[in-house]
Each structure stands twice: as C-alpha cells, then as structure tokens.
Design a protein around this ligand. Structure first.
Ligand SMILES: [Zn+2]
Length: 361
C-alpha cells in the first residue's frame, strides 16, 4: 500500500507567499495606533527661539490622531499624552504594548547647534550609521534625565556613551521591515505633499522604540533651532500639513497591509471536503508559481507535496467520468503522461477506493 500521508498545499492564489514575510504583524487588520507626542511637562524637549518641542509635538500628534479618527473610523487612536504632562519613555512603550497596538508613531522636533540645518527625517530602531544619527538619538534619550528610576528601567543604559548605543542597538527589531516601510511613506509625504526637505529614513537607538512590541517610527518633523522651520512648525497651516502627511502615510500603510492580508485569508480558508478527482500532469522537486506560463490553459490548479516532490494537478470533478473527459484535454496540452488521481478531502486515495465511494454516494 502506498504512503497515505500527503500534505496538501493550497495554492490557488499563489500570491502572498513572497510578500508574506514583509507583513508579519499579528492579525490581518490595522486597528490600533498609538500616537506619542514627545516630551511634556517638566521635559520641554528642544527649545527654539519662540517654541518648545513638547508643544509642537503635542499639537501635531493630536491633529494626526484627529485625522485618523475622522477618515479611518475603524482605527482606535491612543495617545500617550494629550496634555502637557511628563511621561517616562518606558511608560510610553508600556501604553502601546498594553493596548496591543499595531503601530507606534512618536512625534518630535530636531535641534542642532548649526542653525542652518533644516528638513524632516524619520527614524526606526537600529544601529546608527553616522554620528549625526547617533546624536539625534542621544538628544531624544536625554529625556530620561527627568526620570527618577532611569537606572533600573533602562538596565544601566548610559545615554551619553557610544558603547552603550552599539550594545543596545543589537537588540533585533522584529518589525524593522514594517517600520521602515511606514517611515518611507512618511518621508514621501513630507517631501511631495508638504515640500519639506527630505533628510531620509535612518536608524538609531531610541529608548522609546526599544520596548514597543510592534512596528514603530520616530518622526523628526523639522528643526526648531532653525528660525524659518520653527515658524513653519508653529503655524496653524504648517501643523495641519505635517499632521495630514503623517495621516496619509499611515493610511497608505494600512490599506497596503490589509490588501496583502485579504489574499492570505482567502488562501487559508479554501478547504475541500468530500470526494474529488483531479488530473495530475506534472511532478517536480521545484515549487513553481501557478501563474507560470507552462500552466496556461489549465484550470483549478492544485499542488500537493509527496515524497519530497511537488505534484501539480488540474481540474476538480465529482465523477471519474468527468475527470476522464478532462484528462484528454490535459494530454493535448503536451502533458502526455497525465493521469487521474482521487482525493478524499485533501488526502489522496486510490482510484479503486474512490470509485467505490462514488458508487455508494
Ligand atoms: Zn524629542
């Protein structure tokens, strides 16, 4: 008796397999986003000539959230703060984790001793590739100076030692692909829709992103140390533009993500039961996409794995008679060795057994 255990692989919609890894977030929908306005309360963040980072960050965070609530009503928006309040960095991650958020977006302003520096950049967690990027993380992480139990909370992390950053950036970010994707969309929007100078997507070791168990980005809207940019970020128009840019990037990310996942869901839920006949026409150690031109003209393609080989079948019929009629068509397509195979649910059975079952039905 031949081996009875076959692993059926349903590949009617073969898509998805290659893109699957890029979208490994839990669930198939983006339903919760945490928007984190940097600094607050006793921590002003960077201070410009006329504005404080904490106020600009809060205004734009709230506006981003209100756009998401208004135009994407299926998304639950959670703020780490919605007033001028001090929140430790680790608490912000905790809020996101507790709420099972799908994405974490932290909003900040940059500052530099070179007052001419301007433009927007977006960060994800990772090892910095330049001192400029390291400096941005150092500046942001300095917020822990306002925390009482920083030593315990960040396991001896020294916000001023380069060594500390390298060690800490080695923590693998499971969601780096997704984080970079949203970061890229945000930068695209800043550049194309708001006309900001695009300073790019970068990595650095941000404590606020460290313990979030989901994809996350840290947005540096612009330089509060640059007079023109500070003025823009303080203006009603500037804030509305920047918030709507982040909202649009998030929306694109969400729609793309859910489109990919719908395909996967469909694949997973196709389960056949009962008796069926198929035409096996091709066997290979290689797994081909069913959109491959060599399969053109064949319908209801199905692949199952057996003894280390992939077996390709076409058609799906309830009776041996119908299957035999289709067999000739498959043989005409240059698959001269094609033959009829039978399945009970997704397990292959012998033709004799199948015909017996068919008779009794
Ligand atoms: Zn900041």
């Amino acid at each position: 008796m031949e081996q009875r255990f076959y692993i059926a692989i349903l590949l009617f919609v073969f898509l998805g397999l290659t893109t699957y890894d890029a979208y490994s977030q839990k669930g198939s929908k983006i339903t919760t986003v945490v928007i984190d306005a940097g600094h607050g309360g006793k921590d002003p963040g960077a201070v410009g000539k006329n504005a404080k980072e904490k106020d600009i960050a809060l205004a734009i965070a709230k506006q981003t959230g209100s756009y998401i609530k208004k135009y994407l009503p299926d998304v639950n928006v959670i703020y780490t703060r919605n007033s001028d309040k001090f929140i430790p960095l680790h608490k912000r991650a905790e809020i996101a984790n507790k709420n099972n958020a799908d994405f974490f977006i932290s909003i900040h302003c940059n500052a530099n001793s070179n007052r001419k520096a301007y433009g927007s950049e977006t960060y994800t967690m990772g090892l910095h590739k330049s001192n400029a990027n390291l400096n941005v993380a150092m500046l942001e992480n300095a917020a822990i100076m306002f925390e009482d139990d920083a030593e315990e909370q960040y396991q001896g992390f020294d916000a001023n030692s380069t060594e500390s950053y390298i060690r800490f950036s080695l923590f693998q970010d499971t969601y780096q692909d997704q984080s970079i994707l949203l970061a890229t969309y945000i930068q695209d929007q800043f550049k194309s829709r708001v006309g900001r100078k695009d300073r790019g997507v970068h990595q650095a070791g941000f404590l606020v992103l460290w313990r979030t168990a989901m994809p996350g980005v840290l947005v540096e809207l612009g330089f509060i140390s640059n007079l023109t940019e500070e003025k823009f970020l303080m203006s009603e128009k500037g804030q509305a533009y920047m918030a709507s840019a982040i909202y649009r990037a998030f929306k694109k990310y969400k729609l793309d993500f859910e489109k990919e996942n719908r395909v996967e869901e469909k694949e997973e839920t196709i389960v056949y039961s009962g008796l069926s006949y198929r035409i096996q026409f091709f066997t290979s150690p290689q797994l081909f996409e069913l959109s491959n031109p060599k399969f053109t003209g064949l319908s209801d393609l199905f692949v199952y794995a057996h003894n280390g080989l992939y077996k390709y079948t076409a058609g799906r019929f309830n009776t041996f008679g119908e299957a035999s009629a289709y067999l000739f068509k498959v043989r005409e397509k240059d698959f001269k060795d094609a033959f009829v195979v039978a399945f009970q649910a997704e397990e292959r059975i012998s033709i004799e057994e199948a015909r017996k079952l068919e008779k009794n039905n």
